[in-house]
Design a protein around this ligand. Sequence first.
Ligand code: SF4
Length: 224
Amino acid sequence: MADVSEKKIKYLQRKLLAWYKTSGRHFPWRNKITNYQAVIAEVLLQRTKAETVAKFYVQFLKDYPNWKSLAEADIKDIEDYLKPVGLYRQRSVRLQNLAKEMVKRGGRLPKDRQDLESIPFMGQYIANAVELVVFNQPSPLVDVNMARVIERYFGPREMADIRYDPYLQGLAYRIVHHKEAKYLNWAILDFAALICIARKPKCEICTLKNRCSYYGNSSRYNIR
Ligand code: SF4
């Protein structure tokens, strides 16, 4: 049975926050930014590598500095930006629908979760991101990368869809329930990109290896 004790969670929090201080990545959306800029970053980052988004994020904000300019933009121009991200036709329309809705709402993001999720493009991940970066609430950014770190460190999830797996979601909330929730989220995402990578995790240099389930069972998983 997986060890999901507070002790094991605290170990991960402490180790990854320390690792992040020396080895975390720097992106423009991790500086002090407006709510608009924060939401745009999260929308662009969903299912896209941060390095790819970093290539056009600053210019995108120069061209579309607020919800109104994005709502009134030519959809073809938005598509041009989103081409490197893929699915650009669907995403462009959804992004502009989000902007139109935000113009109607006077740019105000609701704190109420149901209301937040009723806004176009606000699925579970982006709603969590808004709670985290805009409202400073300890919500987890659970994507496949965070899921991979959690599953390797604690043990595998039960359901295929990470959004509905109570074990994974519960653990993610417990991990980021911390006064440095934002940094912990970023630390996990960076750690997943640089150390606990999908194909060949760098276990030998990993700060979590002494308590990692995957590493402890490495002969079974054949990862060394
Ligand atoms: S020991 Fe390996 S599998 Fe475990 S968290 Fe570190 S890199 Fe990931």
